[in-house]
Design a protein around this ligand. Structure first.
Ligand code: SF4
Length: 371
């Protein structure tokens, strides 16, 4: 399959691993910011192919993991209402709030439905004028255009019974916050290719310059990741710190301009709390006032929610690359995908779930193709 098989090719991966070995002369720590890349690294055993001088740390790029507790509790309050059908992607249903999760209140009778697209929720609003339909709009710049489109479509259809609970987060301010933390040990970033597909990568130039770190736009297949690591190490070894694009088959410097225009029409930048990390200035989207009729927080007046984070989970440290999931005392014991204590064990992009599922990695040398 073009653009897929060649990026899972074991021979190509081995050549890249050898080139990394040949290039490296001292220890370097690199963060992949995206949970999808974390899963590729664990699934294909990429860390086992790298020389010991390379340390990979995993970043906060899992949308389910960083959705703030306050938003989960607001979702629970709205979804409990008898006049509401609450819609969401499946991962969000099991994320623990202060006291329970969406699946628990669904079991008690709340009308909560899993959808595959926000436009499905718009369609449901059209079909069920007797109910109010709310969509839980979470995620990074990648998912935001589809949610903006759903709001535009609901507006075009003049739907009065559709709204979104908006909790979008943005990558560049998170990188800024991570690199501003005194305890950080990140020397280079693999930037998430799909975010850059929408936003391009010009936003990363000032960050790379300010913190003197290479930022490599990187795809999601094993060969992509190894190529991204190689480019980062080539820069680090000679003291360069630039933005480079490994994912050229998909990403252009300015990204998807119609999608960015749509985002600018519907959303504005706001401060946003990241679960486990805290508030990061200008790191989220909220609906513009001109679309406030579609803003579930305003429609259902849930601004007063008081949260309390359960105690044992160290997700905040995991999401900032300060601890590996396996150093959490609850990992694989009290906390498993069946009984998660924190969002990183729930989500299909969560670092704890990646370590749990792919702990027994497949060695490269036994495979002709990595699939
Ligand atoms: S293993 Fe579970 S409790 Fe520990 S950090 Fe991950 S999600 Fe939290």
């Amino acid at each position: 399959m073009k653009y897929l098989d060649e990026f899972r090719d074991a021979a190509a991966a081995k050549i890249l691993a050898k080139e990394i070995q040949r290039t490296i002369s001292k220890p370097w720590t690199i963060m992949e910011i995206c949970g999808g890349q974390t899963h590729t690294i664990l699934k294909y055993g990429i860390e086992t192919m790298l020389p010991p001088e390379v340390t990979l740390v995993h970043g906060p790029g899992c949308p389910v993991c960083v959705t703030p507790l306050e938003m989960i509790d607001k979702a629970l309050a709205i979804a409990s209402r008898p006049d509401v059908i609450f819609t969401s992607f499946g991962d969000m249903l099991r994320v623990p709030g202060s006291h329970e999760d969406l699946l628990s209140i669904k079991a008690r009778g709340a009308d909560i439905r899993m959808v595959y697209s926000p436009l499905d929720a718009v369609q449901l609003a059209s079909a069920r004028p007797d109910k109010n339909i709310v969509f839980f709009a979470v995620g990074f710049e990648t998912t935001a255009p589809a949610n903006a489109m759903a709001v535009m479509e609901a507006s075009r259809r003049n739907l009065k019974n559709f709204s979104i609970l908006c909790s979008h987060v943005l990558v560049p301010p998170a990188i800024d916050a991570l690199l501003s933390a005194p305890e950080h040990r990140i020397q280079a970033f693999l930037a998430a290719g799909h975010v850059c597909t929408v936003m391009g990568y010009e936003e990363y130039f000032p960050l790379s310059k300010k913190f003197r770190v290479p930022i490599i736009v990187t795809g999601f297949e094993p060969v992509d990741i190894l190529q991204g690591i190689l480019i980062a190490i080539q820069q680090l070894e000679v003291g360069r710190c630039e933005v480079e694009n490994q994912y050229r088959r998909v990403v252009s410097p300015k990204g998807n301009i119609p999608a960015r225009q749509l985002l600018a029409t519907v959303f504005e930048i706001t401060d946003r709390a990241w679960r486990g990390i805290g508030k990061i200035p200008a790191s989220g989207y909220r609906l513009k006032d001109s679309f406030s009729a579609f803003d579930a927080e305003k429609v259902y007046n849930v601004g007063h929610i008081v949260t309390s984070e359960p105690g044992t989970c160290i997700a905040g440290e995991v999401l900032q690359g300060l601890r590996k999931p396996t150093t959490c005392q609850a990992f694989g014991k009290e906390c498993t995908p069946e009984h998660p204590l924190g969002a990183p064990m729930v989500s299909s992009e969560g670092a704890c779930a990646a370590y749990f599922h792919y702990g027994k990695i497949r060695p490269m040398k036994t495979q002709s193709k990595m699939n």
